[in-house]
Design a binder for this molecule. Structure first.
Ligand code: UT7
Length: 326
């Protein structure tokens, strides 16, 4: 076994769509502000009965079906999420059960919007170490239950969804060429959920102070995001002796159109090389890259032999990239 390749992709977003005009009805905001500052026009919202594991399981079924393998063949399930069904146990364990599996390794990775790339790195390493030959790697979130719907600075940005890939060991000259992960905990409180962990355990006062909801210093995060996404993209290209010209499709974390534009420009990508769906889904955190990857794959935008660059950034702060030959 030389490499690890993606043999199936899948994604699932809930049916319900929330438009900027819907938000105008209960929030001091406007479609004009949201589209000009973020590029977001709509986001999907989970139905009351839907949880993160439901979205993840449906995305996984679609990825398994494309790969043409049975769930029982999977050796590990790794989910990148910060909005799991429960604080613990891991959503990966719930997904495992919903897929009718037992015994295989199943765990979550907490790296916020970088969660999928972090999970991908873990699965590739485990397969290369011989711990198994087939993995399900998922990014899944129900962010709309973690945002404060009274905070216009944040709630307009996020949406729900899930994306999954099947990874398999292979002997071909293709697959995940390299992964590159970084973090800087000095910035932990620029983007975080202050309650209810061990720092601020559950309390009535904490609820009144809205501690269980996402908080972000958007402006600061914006600047660090552009810098970090750019740096780690160059790191991945240089590690493989490539330049921006060698990349067929650039799939950055879908946080904000202005972040995508600034990052793509700094790296040197033309518009045609950049995959964008933030206008339709908003920021789905750990799910954003695998949803975009699945859309691009099913839409015929990725062909065998193509070079694809995944580029992630999120709470932690964390960031990372994966370079893939399809
Ligand atoms: O997923 C990983 C990490 N997340 C990100 O990468 C997000 C990074 N940050 C951003 O995308 C942007 O910083 C935001 C979209 C969050 C904000 O855009 P901005 O251009 O940085 O705006 P700002 O924070 O400087 O706010 C400008 C103004 C403020 O009013 P004043 O103080 O200038 O009067 C805000 O109160 O816009 C106001 N504002 C809004 N107005 C209408 C903030 N949110 C809204 C809103 N509707 N929803």
């Amino acid at each position: 076994m030389k490499n690890v390749k993606i043999t199936g992709t899948g994604s699932y977003v809930p049916d319900k769509v929330l438009t900027n005009f819907d938000l105008e009805k209960f929030l001091d905001t406007s479609d004009e502000w949201i589209t000009s500052r973020t590029g977001i026009r709509t986001r999907h919202v989970a139905a009351e009965h839907e949880t993160t594991s439901d979205l993840a399981t449906e995305a996984s079924r679609r990825a398994l079906s494309m790969a043409g393998i049975q769930p029982e063949e999977i050796d590990m399930i790794i989910v990148g999420t910060i909005t799991g069904d429960y604080p613990w146990p891991a959503t990966a364990c719930v997904v495992q059960h919903k897929l009718g599996l037992r015994n295989c390794a199943a765990y979550d990775v907490s790296a916020a919007c970088s969660g999928f790339v972090y999970a991908l790195d873990a699965a590739v390493s485990r397969i290369k170490s011989g711990a198994g030959s087939k993995a399900l790697v998922i990014g899944a979130e129900v962010l709309t239950r973690a945002v404060d719907w009274e905070d216009r600075n944040t709630c307009v940005l996020f949406g729900d969804g899930a994306g999954a890939v099947v990874l398999e060991a292979c002997d071909e000259d293709k697959g995940i060429l390299s992964t590159h992960l970084h973090a800087d905990g000095a910035y932990a409180e620029l983007l975080y959920q202050p309650g209810f962990g061990s720092r601020n355990p559950a309390s009535e006062e904490g609820l009144k102070a809205r501690l269980p909801y996402l908080k972000m210093q958007g402006n600061e995060v914006f600047k660090i995001a552009v810098r970090s996404l750019t740096e780690v993209a160059f790191e991945a290209l240089e590690a493989n002796g490539m330049t921006a010209e060698d990349v067929d499709l650039f799939i950055p974390h879908q946080a904000n159109q202005r972040i995508l534009d600034a990052t793509a420009k700094r790296i040197g990508f033309r518009d045609e090389q950049v995959y964008v769906n933030v206008d339709r889904f908003g920021n789905t955190s750990g799910a954003s890259i695998p949803i975009a990857l699945d859309e691009a794959n099913r839409g015929g935008k990725i062909q065998p032999g193509d070079v694809v660059l995944l580029d992630a950034f999120g709470g932690g702060l964390t960031w990372g990239a994966a370079l893939i030959r399809w």
